[in-house]
Unconditional design. Structure first.
Length: 333
C-alpha cells in the first residue's frame, strides 16, 4: 500500500513517526496536502530506497536510489556521510530531517502503540547499527548488546545466538503495562536451547518469578510459549498462560499476549489460543525491558525476532487479526 508522509515535530493519529516525519499507515483520509500537509509517498524500487529531505518552510526534496550503489552516489545531494550504503543508512537514522524508506509501511493498528521495532525497515533498523529505532514516536530505542546480528531473510530480522545476545530497551514508563496492554512479536526459534526455561522473547524485571514483571518465553520441560506476570510479590509463574501446542523450530510465528486486570490471553498467528483468569498485574515501579532475555541475565533466545509492537491497551481480536493480516505475506503465512 502507498503511505502518506508529513514533516512534523509532533505525533499524530493514525501514523508512525521517525525523527520529524510522521508516516500515515492506516486506511483513513489524510486530507488534501494544502490543508493537512500530508503528501503521497513514492513506492521504493525493489532493492532500492526513497530518501525524503526536509528543507524547511514545508519545502522538501525527494531522491530515488535504485540500489545500494546509487544511494552512495546520491549521498552528497542530501548531506549524508559514509562510503557504503550501510554508512548512509546509519547516518540517516540519526537525523531528524532525513528519512530513508526501503519498504512501504504496513496498515497496522496505531491507537495506543507505545513501541514499534521492525528490522525490515531501514528507518527502524539500518543494517550494521547497534540501535533498533522505535517508530511509535516515543523514541524507546533498543540497544543491541553482545552481538545480535542483522539477517536478511523475510526483509530483515535480528538473530540472537542463545548464549548472551539481547536488546536492552531500558526502563520506559509506557511499557510497564501495569494498567493493561498488548505485546505482539513475529519470531522464530532455531533451537529449544535446553530443557529448562529459555528462549525469552521479551522480559521485564529481574530474576525469580516475583521479579519477572512480565515474561514471554519457552516453558520448562515443554516446547510451548509461556507468559507469566508478577506484581512484585505474587506471580502467575508456572500457572501462567501456556500455548496449547509445541512451537516448531525454524518456523515463523506471530504471538500476541494481552494483559488486563481479570484475564491474560495468548493468540498465535492471529487466532485465539489460550487464556488464564488472573487479577495479577505487572508492578507499576521501574524495571528494565529486554528482548532475547529476561530483564536480568538469563533464559537467552536462540532465534530471530522480526518485529515487535507494544500497546498500552488490550487490542481486540479484530485488531490482532488486522496486524497479522497486514504483515503475514512477508513471512509466507
Amino acid at each position: 500500500m502507498s503511505n502518506t508522509i508529513k514533516y512534523s515535530t509532533q505525533t499524530e493519529n493514525n501514523t508512525l513517526k521517525k525523527g520529524d516525519f510522521v508516516i500515515g499507515v492506516n486506511n483513513v483520509d489524510y486530507g488534501p496536502t494544502s490543508e493537512t500537509g500530508y503528501y503521497n509517498t513514492i513506492t521504493p524500487p525493489s532493492g532500492g530506497y526513497v530518501v525524503y529531505k526536509n528543507r524547511g518552510d514545508n519545502q522538501r526534496s525527494i531522491y530515488v536510489a535504485e540500489s545500494d550503489e546509487e544511494l552512495v552516489l546520491l549521498k552528497d545531494d542530501f548531506g549524508a556521510t559514509g562510503s557504503t550504503a550501510n554508512d548512509v543508512l546509519v547516518w540517516a537514522a540519526q537525523q531528524d530531517d532525513v528519512l530513508i524508506i526501503n519498504n512501504p509501511l504496513d496498515n497496522i493498528v496505531t491507537d495506543g502503540l507505545q513501541l514499534y521495532f521492525d528490522a525490515g525497515l531501514t528507518s527502524s533498523y539500518p543494517k550494521g547499527n547497534t540501535k533498533w529505532y522505535d517508530l511509535s514516536g516515543n523514541n524507546y530505542d533498543g540497544i543491541l548488546t553482545n552481538g545480535p546480528e542483522f539477517d536478511n531473510n523475510n526483509q530483515g530480522n535480528i538473530l540472537f545466538d542463545g548464549s548472551n545476545d539481547f536488546i536492552n530497551i531500558g526502563s520506559k514508563p509506557n511499557l510497564r503495562l501495569h494498567t493493561g496492554g498488548t505485546i505482539c512479536i513475529f519470531f522464530k526459534w532455531n533451537s529449544y536451547n535446553g530443557t529448562s526455561w529459555s528462549n525469552t522473547l521479551i522480559g521485564r524485571g529481574g530474576s525469580g518469578w516475583a521479579n519477572h514483571h512480565y515474561i514471554l518465553f519457552k516453558h520448562s520441560q515443554t516446547n510451548r510459549l509461556h507468559l507469566s506476570v508478577s506484581n512484585g510479590v505474587t506471580a502467575m509463574a508456572s500457572g501462567g498462560v501456556r500455548s496449547t501446542f509445541d512451537i516448531e523450530l525454524d518456523r515463523i510465528y506471530y504471538v500476541v499476549v494481552t494483559i488486563d486486570s481479570t484475564v491474560k490471553k495468548m493468540y498465535i498467528d492471529g487466532q485465539f489460543n489460550k487464556q488464564v483468569n488472573s487479577t495479577i498485574m505487572p508492578i507499576s515501579t521501574s524495571s528494565t525491558v529486554s528482548l532475547g532475555r529476561t530483564g536480568s541475565n538469563g533464559y537467552y533466545l536462540d532465534g530471530n525476532i522480526y518485529n515487535v509492537k507494544i500497546y498500552d491497551r488490550v487490542l481486540s481480536s479484530e485488531e490482532i487479526l488486522q496486524n497479522y493480516n497486514a504483515q503475514k505475506s512477508r513471512f509466507g503465512l
